[in-house]
Write a protein that binds this ligand. Structure first.
Ligand code: PLP
Length: 378
């Protein structure tokens, strides 16, 4: 009875808000991790219908699953695959990010032996400190790729470390990453090599850094409805670069709902759940919800969250268990057994929950488990 309601109409309006903002440039929709927990097949189809140019997967098996679902659009592989996965990359026509000559040569060998051309993107590490080649060797890697008969250079990319921060120094750091990236792309072009689609911007950069949009943007969390940074929080000086752009609007796509599985009265002095972290100060009604940390609802939210039943909010009390949690309905209640309870939704969204438990909305939506049915609306 626990459901993640996925509002595809909200996803679409987030998509169109991004599209309106960035104008001509293309959109790659990151659908890794089951589309941040929203259900990869529906999100992929909706994205492509709305006009996305390509999709972003993390692992080879995610890419394969998209192909099995009939997706023919380009699929970028954001993470570094294992060399043993190369045959599957080629079978499924996935587009890997390439950070080094050694992996490029393995890709080339397999592609060449099959007499196919595999599209790849060069990934440049301009300051993220993760995958990607050093800025200094980007041209060298580009030259190597274009010399490989089995490879075709279809794009050049980088990724930002602090684009979702309005802090002055973080804005400066992103601009520094951008200028390193542009310099590397210029070197590649000057050598007579076509860098393909040039792309860098994640959600933070779509919100704060128009000069990073280039040929394509890759906003994930923003399309799923969370603004991890606000235009108005930036220093005044930076706000000039944003003048001419309306603040981007985003609506959370996911809601988490369950039902009240039991209502009962407990007595003053009775404790609730494991560890006895909550004790009734007066006789009160409690509701049991059939949802717990095994569903991805964070145990750290114990005694830190509220749920909405029939437009009223009630505090969650006691430890969240693996499969159940408990709500305080107060000394009088009109809450009925089997009524719907919204655990994440409305004002109490994944961003607020993330704040309550010391994480980010990404982790909240990604963690909503397989046991929770995804129900698509709109
Ligand atoms: C996940 C990811 C994105 C999207 O990041 P958001 O912060 O969700 O916008 C973009 N690019 C790469 C390479 C990623 O791995």
């Amino acid at each position: 009875m626990t459901k993640a309601i996925i509002h595809l109409d909200r996803f679409m309006s987030n998509f169109y808000a991004v599209k309106a903002r960035i104008g001509e440039c293309r959109i790659c929709v990151p659908v890794k991790a089951d589309a941040y927990g929203h259900g990869v097949n529906q999100i992929a189809k909706t994205s492509l219908e709305a006009g996305a140019y390509c999709l972003g997967a993390a692992t080879v098996s995610e890419g394969i699953d998209l192909r099995k679902a009939g997706i023919t659009a380009p699929i970028l592989l954001f993470s570094q695959p294992h060399y043993k996965e190369i045959p599957e990359i080629i079978d499924s026509g996935l587009i890997p990010f390439v950070s080094d000559e050694s992996f490029a040569s393995l890709l080339n060998r397999e592609a060449e032996s099959r007499k196919v051309k595999l599209l790849v993107h060069i990934k440049i590490d301009t300051g993220m400190g993760r995958i990607g080649c050093p800025v200094e060797t980007a041209l060298y890697l580009a030259r190597y790729i274009v010399s490989c008969p089995g490879l075709e250079l279809a794009g050049t990319a980088t990724h930002f470390a602090v684009a979702d921060s309005a802090d002055e120094w973080d804005i400066f750091y992103t601009q520094m990453q951008l200028s390193r990236f542009k310099e590397a792309v210029e070197q590649i072009k000057s050598a007579g090599i076509n860098p393909g689609i040039v792309h860098a911007a994640n959600s933070g950069a779509v919100i704060l850094h128009p000069d990073t949009w280039l040929d394509m943007v890759r906003p994930g969390i923003l399309l799923y409805g969370y603004k991890t940074v606000n235009e108005d929080d930036t220093p005044l000086l930076h706000r000039e670069t944003l003048s001419g752009y309306e603040p981007v609007q985003a609506q959370p796509v996911m809601e988490l709902k369950t039902i009240v599985s039991l209502v009962k009265k407990i007595k003053k002095g009775d404790s609730v759940s494991y560890g006895r972290t909550w004790t009734a100060l007066q006789d009160t009604f409690i509701a049991v919800l059939p949802l717990g940390y095994a569903d991805g609802f964070p145990r750290l939210a114990s005694n830190q969250w509220q749920v909405t039943i029939n437009n009223k909010t009630y505090p969650l009390i006691g430890r969240i268990c693996m499969d159940q949690c408990i709500v305080n309905l107060g000394p009088e209640t009109d809450v009925q057994r089997w009524e719907e309870a919204t655990v994440i939704g409305g004002f109490c969204d994944a961003a607020l929950l993330a704040e309550a438990v010391g994480t980010i909305p990404y982790e909240i939506t990604c963690n909503i488990g397989n046991r929770v049915i995804r129900e698509y609306r709109g």
